[in-house]
Design a protein around this ligand. Structure first.
Ligand SMILES: Cc1cc2nc3c(=O)[nH]c(=O)nc-3n(C[C@H](O)[C@H](O)[C@H](O)COP(=O)(O)O)c2cc1C
Length: 330
């Protein structure tokens, strides 16, 4: 059964059939999830973050399940095939999958780098590929918030660096809309988000993992080879929810651009909370490891919620949060 029209949304002018977006790095390089998930039932896939050179990533172990359903810690270290191999081997799957047509959902190309120049080269090449292949990447996401590499995180940490990055990248991305992905540790996240919006970002993705660590006390050793990593999953949700709420308020006063909220979405209620806080779409990463088909269950749950709220569609509930109930006061 297909999804109802009620859950349609858009990000920076790109129409999405569902508000659920598969988060970067949790769904293969491009279309590997197609084997377990009907991609016509999701809004968009985000590719693995692509760097200029291929990267093996960090040593093993680099991914860890946390006890008590808190989520997981990863320190993958941006393992990816690199720009050339991505363009040659993976991109044809986005443009038209071995003769069976383009993917049935939007594809967001995620870009990472260690210098402004690297972001520029990777983003420009992917945008040019997209332009000559039917716009197969309508959105390009700049990952400026990866905690597992030494320098990638820095661009996301200050308004000045974000401006510098976007001044260089914006002019070379001629056809795709630009998403900037910021993390929960960004000092003054609403301020940096606003700087990104003024510098040409079309959409903000809030956010990425939070730096974390786990120790095996019997062995007296860190559980992952990189010692520290990034925590994702349910424990991240309340943190990002506050960031989405505050950032949306700040943006709406000055320069409103849509927010893609990412962090700890396992159930439809988690996604609904982000929508009420002001998100137009919702990323799912760790949720895919729990149940790869959760994006469909979540979209169906949202659909029923929208109907119960008596609204025509999802857009009518974006940011539509009421004040807290205070017992004893009218
Ligand atoms: C195994 C793994 C790999 C990831 N790789 C990337 C990546 O390459 N680029 C990126 O921007 N985010 C990456 N992320 C972060 C996710 O896209 C997402 O922002 C984060 O996990 C929070 O969402 P979640 O709680 O739904 O997992 C990765 C996360 C995990 C768990």
């Amino acid at each position: 059964m297909s999804l109802s029209e009620r859950v349609k949304t858009s990000l920076g002018g790109v129409e999405l059939r569902s508000p659920i977006v598969l988060a970067a790095g949790t769904a293969g390089v491009i279309d590997e999830m197609a084997d377990v998930l009907d991609l016509s039932m999701i809004g968009a896939i985000t590719t693995k973050s692509i760097t200029l050179q291929p990267r093996e990533g960090n040593d093993w172990w680099r991914i860890l399940d946390l006890p008590g359903a808190a989520g997981m810690i990863n320190a993958i270290g941006l393992a990816n095939p690199g720009l050339d191999a991505f363009l040659e081997h993976a991109c044809p799957n986005a443009a038209g999958r071995r003769g069976i047509g383009a993917l049935p959902c939007a594809v967001i190309a995620s870009v990472a780098g260690f210098s402004v120049d690297e972001y520029v080269k990777v983003a420009a090449n992917i945008d040019a590929y997209s332009a000559s292949h039917g716009g197969c990447f309508p959105l390009i996401e700049l990952n400026v918030s990866c905690p597992n590499v030494r320098s990638g995180v820095e661009f996301g940490h200050s308004a000045g660096l974000i401006r510098e990055l976007l001044e260089a990248v914006r002019p070379v991305v001629r056809t795709a809309r630009l998403i900037v992905k910021l993390g929960p540790m960004t000092p003054d996240l609403p301020g940096v988000a606003l700087a990104a919006a003024y510098a040409g970002a079309d959409v903000l993705n809030l956010g990425n993992t939070i730096p974390a660590m786990s120790i095996d006390v019997e062995q007296r050793r860190p559980r992952i080879a990189n010692t520290t990593g990034g925590m994702s999953g349910p424990a991240l949700h309340p943190v990002m929810l506050k960031h989405v709420y505050e950032t949306r308020r700040r943006l709406s006063e000055a320069r409103p651009i849509p927010i893609l909220a990412t962090g700890g979405v396992l159930q439809w209620e988690d996604a609904a909370a982000y929508i009420l806080a002001g998100a137009s779409a919702v990323g799912v990463g760790t949720g895919l490891f729990v149940d790869p088909r959760s994006p469909i269950t979540i979209a169906r749950g949202l659909d029923r919620w929208i109907a119960r709220q008596g609204r025509a569609d999802l857009s009518a509930l974006i940011g539509d949060l009421l004040p807290p109930l205070t017992p004893g006061r009218a």
